[in-house]
Design a binder for this molecule. Structure first.
Ligand SMILES: Cc1cc2nc3c(=O)[nH]c(=O)nc-3n(C[C@H](O)[C@H](O)[C@H](O)COP(=O)(O)OP(=O)(O)OC[C@H]3O[C@@H](n4cnc5c(N)ncnc54)[C@H](O)[C@@H]3O)c2cc1C
Length: 477
């Protein structure tokens, strides 16, 4: 018996039982075909638009399994998807007909409280990371939804609730262990393979499978000052303008956002905001909670809110606040982002107009206050190049009915095009959806002047482009 697995060159490789048994013998985790009972239980992808139906799944239990899977893919020329947390907006969490290397079993997190560092395996989720670091009153900067994978998030940049005080996830990365296309396990750090280390900090999954990350941590929590204020959309213009004025005055301890969406009824949210379109302002203060509550107070005094859930809250609670609304496999998602220097009046007017004209309830028109520590790093210091903008605007199209695909996707594209005209020209690859475009969409804009160096490093570490199911960087020839 043989099975067929999709290959890089578009054809299919016939994999014999003997080859498969060889792989099973080399892997301590699971090797699963669609006929195996464990196949259906593999942690699903987030984006319901791109569930993926791999012919073969390797659930690695450690670095040795990753080496075996990468070697197997290389030997047979297989189309290989690498899944960390499975939260890819672009639908890069899986593959149809190819080999899926799933790292979900590799979710260990080990804090060194004296050194204030944490080592995180490649399949850990943001919630796994926060759970362990918060036990020591520490935070390693990551994202704002605890179900997101640390790996994909970090490799694309990593923007969370402490970004303006402590930078992006990549700005706190000290080293990574990487299984490269040639099967070699390499350390990437400022001293060892510095070119690889530079490329990993924003260059995505192009350079190998990261089996572990070591991050610097910072004392934040366990309680933080949190702002969560919900307004009727009828007051959108006033709320957006007042938020912008407040944001111009705040210290770097504050990371904040403003957005518009409609949330379904839930026991975890107040009834005042069930099923009504609303504007939300949110902020976290990375410092003394009492001082932080004073800094967020003006945000609470804007207009007449529907409800205000602000207060000193456990950091892990803040990190899980959005989880329920982004359940794996429940939403179809197509997002597009752009960075702007300032929220000028024309930009603000556009944002309000888009907020009031969303194509689906769950579409989130969201604006993130950036700057601070993020912009203290130079544009060429890491592969991630956007180090000057003060704001990121994201049109997060989310919906459930496949019949709405065209409507929502074209709305996101149009809204983004209007906003992007006011932008710095860059975008956030981690917030880039893929429908009928290629997953290279946005790569040139995101990397700008860093793209040539990335292509050269790609040619060194992955000349055959084995790792191509990502925001792909074509190896320099
Ligand atoms: C609901 C939601 C909330 C989000 N919130 C934030 C946020 O607050 N901040 C933010 O910055 N981003 C956020 N994102 C975007 C997120 O960072 C990206 O979607 C990211 O790619 C997810 O990483 P993952 O490991 O979960 O995804 P996966 O689908 O597993 O992987 C995404 C990409 O990374 C590659 N990859 C994954 N793991 C590895 C690895 N170990 N080694 C090499 N390559 C790997 C994959 O091959 C793929 O190309 C959010 C996304 C969603 C859907």
């Amino acid at each position: 018996m043989t099975m067929t697995v999709a290959q890089l060159q578009g054809s299919g490789a016939a994999i014999s039982d003997e080859s498969l048994e060889g792989l099973r013998a080399a892997v301590r985790g699971d090797v699963l075909t669609a006929d195996d009972p464990g196949y259906a239980a593999v942690r699903p992808a987030y984006n319901a638009m791109h569930p993926g139906h791999p012919a073969l799944v390797v659930r690695a239990s450690g670095t040795a399994d990753v080496v075996a899977a990468v070697g197997f893919a290389r030997e047979h020329g297989l189309l290989l998807a690498v899944r960390g947390g499975g939260h890819s907006v672009a639908g890069l969490s899986s593959v149809d007909g190819g080999l899926l290397l799933d790292l979900a079993l590799m979710n260990g997190v080990d804090v060194d409280p004296d050194a204030r560092t944490v080592r995180v395996q490649g399949g850990a989720l943001v919630g796994d990371l926060d759970h362990e670091t918060q036990a020591f009153g520490l935070v390693a900067p990551s994202g704002v939804v605890s179900d997101t994978g640390v790996a994909g998030l970090t490799l694309g940049g990593g923007e969370g609730w402490v970004r303006r005080k402590h930078g992006l996830a990549i700005d706190n990365l000290l080293s990574a262990q990487v299984v490269c296309a040639d099967g070699q396990v390499r350390t990437a750090s400022a001293d060892t393979n510095p070119d690889l280390f530079w490329a990993l900090r924003g260059g995505g999954g192009n350079f190998g499978v990261v089996t572990s990350f070591t991050f610097r941590c910072h004392p934040v929590g366990p309680t933080v000052a949190f702002a969560g204020v919900f307004h009727p959309v009828s007051d959108a213009e006033n709320v957006y303008r007042s938020f912008r004025d407040w944001a111009a005055t705040v210290p770097d301890e504050i990371s904040a956002l403003i957005g518009c969406t409609t949330l379904p009824a839930s026991e975890h949210t107040p009834p005042e905001i069930h099923d009504v379109p609303m504007i939300v302002t949110g902020a976290v203060y990375a410092g003394d909670p009492e001082e932080g509550m004073k800094v967020i107070q003006p945000l609470r005094e804007i207009g007449t809110p529907l409800v205000d859930i602000s207060g000193p809250l456990p950091f892990v609670g803040v990190q899980a606040a959005f989880d329920e609304f982004f359940r794996r496999g429940s939403l179809r998602s197509y997002w597009k982002s752009t960075f702007v220097q300032d929220l000028t009046d024309p930009v603000l007017d556009l944002l309000v107009a888009k907020a009031l004209d969303r194509p689906s309830d769950r579409t989130f028109v969201v604006t993130f206050l950036m700057g601070g520590a993020i912009n203290a790093v130079g544009p060429g210091d890491t592969a991630y190049s956007e180090r000057s903008a003060n704001w990121m605007l994201s049109m997060d199209g989310n919906w459930t009915d496949p019949g709405d695909d065209d409507k929502v996707i074209s709305w996101v594209r149009d809204a983004w095009a209007e906003l992007h005209e006011h932008g710095t020209g860059t975008l956030y690859l981690n917030f880039t959806g893929v429908a009928d475009e290629s997953a290279t969409v946005g790569v040139a804009s995101a990397f700008g002047a860093n793209l040539d160096r990335l292509a050269a490093i790609k040619a060194t570490y992955d000349p055959e482009n084995l790792f191509r199911l990502n925001n792909n960087i074509v190896p320099a020839s």
